[in-house]
Design a binder for this molecule. Structure first.
Ligand SMILES: [Fe+2]
Ligand SMILES: [Fe+2]
Length: 138
């Protein structure tokens, strides 16, 4: 995990890493087929991740869950839209990579850094209460 976007939760950080790795694969692709395969993996990773992250937020009583969920839905819709472009014959490999890049930059910058980062104090609080439960301390 890149320290700058780590929220301190191993599973959620791992999800973010895998999504970024799929994006890097997409950026390194040489053909539209390879780019589409990387984008499909990214979409699958994102769907699983959004569900896990929302489950964590519900568990720890995150107050902004509804808005965060709506942002995930928007992001998934934008991803589906970009994934459809090559199927509709709109643009080639380069256009697809550019469309995915602008979506991922918006996602990485605006969402992980601006929104997911707000979960870090809840991750720390949960880790603290787990430790206290394990040691029997209050
Ligand atoms: Fe999120
Ligand atoms: Fe996330």
């Amino acid at each position: 995990m890149v320290a700058s976007y780590s929220i301190g939760h191993p599973d959620l950080d791992g999800d973010h890493d895998r999504m970024v790795a799929a994006w890097r694969e997409l950026e390194a692709s040489r053909t539209l087929e390879a780019a589409k395969a990387a984008a499909s993996r990214l979409m699958a990773e994102a769907s699983g991740h959004f569900a896990r992250e929302e489950q964590f937020m519900a568990q720890c009583g995150y107050p902004d869950l509804a808005r965060h969920k709506a942002l995930h839905m928007e992001m998934a819709a934008a991803l589906r839209h970009v994934l459809l472009l090559p199927l509709l014959g709109k643009g080639g490999h380069e256009d697809f990579v550019l469309a995915m890049r602008s979506l991922m930059i918006k996602w990485v910058m605006a969402h992980i850094l601006g929104e997911d980062s707000k979960l870090a104090p809840y991750v720390r609080a949960q880790a603290g209460s787990t430790r206290r439960a394990a040691t029997g301390r209050r």
